[in-house]
Design a protein around this ligand. Structure first.
Ligand SMILES: NC(=O)c1ccc[n+]([C@@H]2O[C@H](COP(=O)([O-])OP(=O)(O)OC[C@H]3O[C@@H](n4cnc5c(N)ncnc54)[C@H](O)[C@@H]3O)[C@@H](O)[C@H]2O)c1
Length: 258
């Protein structure tokens, strides 16, 4: 039980990677707070997970300091602590660069970048006050490194999350708080199936650039999140770890079975 007695807060936890990570934290002994904009769905998931899970409905595209403090307070009020924070909620929109809408650019930065900044800040304040040597994990992406011409706002937000993670890590390690990030490749979640894997041509493009020859599973990201949150990762500070099936180290392309 890697996380026995710990309290973990996960944003974007109604489905996909967030839910898989929350379930893994729970399996490893943590009590979990699930945060999501899909109020009914996150409530159902928390109820399904039982008494060691609770939920908070929030639209992180409206995030401000007060909302961030309220989210963190849910963990402390309900379970008495906050030891692990996974800022996972994220959205993507694809459009040609010259047509990319300004309002959607802004919204993506608020959900993907501003919410980990403010929730990480609020959590760190509480951890420092309570003397908790916690672990904060932000959700980046291989798109922190790779330029996708039709997802400018997403790529910018994920590159910024990588650097946010580095800055937070250096600022908070003196309090014993470790901050790291995850940068998954293409993982089979609803976000991916409805966007990058929506057409056969896109499926071929993704797989031809994925040496392992398949998409990742949410559980394969949850394993890394659980490791980063645990004492097994006690000397890992400020890193973005890429569970990507070899995507970032590939130069050319690989054959795809049709
Ligand atoms: N799936 C992948 O291949 C992949 C790869 C790299 C990075 N990521 C990142 O992992 C994270 C999770 O992705 P996923 O594939 O599970 O996506 P998903 O769409 O299945 O889940 C995202 C969750 O975030 C929630 N969310 C969206 N907007 C929100 C808002 N305004 N306020 C609160 N919650 C909100 C959604 O309701 C949903 O539950 C995202 O940050 C994504 O960018 C995913």
């Amino acid at each position: 039980m890697k996380h026995k007695g710990k309290v973990a807060l996960v944003t974007g936890a109604a489905q996909g990677l967030g839910l898989a990570c929350a379930e893994r934290f729970l399996e490893e002994g943590a009590r979990v707070v699930l945060v999501d904009v899909q109020a009914e769905k996150v409530k159902q998931q928390a109820e399904r997970l039982g008494a060691n899970a609770t939920w908070f409905a929030a639209d992180l595209s409206e995030i401000d300091s007060a909302m961030a403090a309220a989210i963190v307070a849910t963990a402390v009020d309900h379970f008495g602590s906050i030891d692990i924070v996974l800022c996972n909620a994220g959205i993507i929109h694809t459009a040609d660069f010259v047509d990319f809408p300004e309002d959607i650019f802004d919204k993506i930065q608020r959900v993907n970048l501003k919410s980990p900044f403010l929730i990480g800040q609020a959590a760190a304040r509480v951890m420092i006050e309570m003397g908790i040597k916690g672990s904060i994990i932000n959700m980046s992406s291989i798109n922190a490194i790779l330029a996708n011409p039709s997802a400018v706002a997403y790529a910018v937000s994920k590159g910024a999350v990588k650097q946010l993670t580095a800055v937070m890590a250096v600022a908070l390690i003196k309090h014993g708080i470790r901050v790291n990030a995850l940068g998954p490749g293409t993982i089979a979640t609803e976000l991916v199936m409805n966007s990058v894997m929506a057409s056969e041509e896109q499926r071929h493009t993704v797989l031809s650039r994925t040496p392992i020859g398949r998409l990742g599973e949410a559980s394969e990201v949850a394993s890394v999140a659980s490791f980063l949150a645990s004492d097994d990762a006690s000397y890992i500070v400020g890193q973005t770890i890429y569970p990507d099936g070899g995507r970032l180290v590939l130069n050319y392309t690989v054959p795809v079975s049709e």
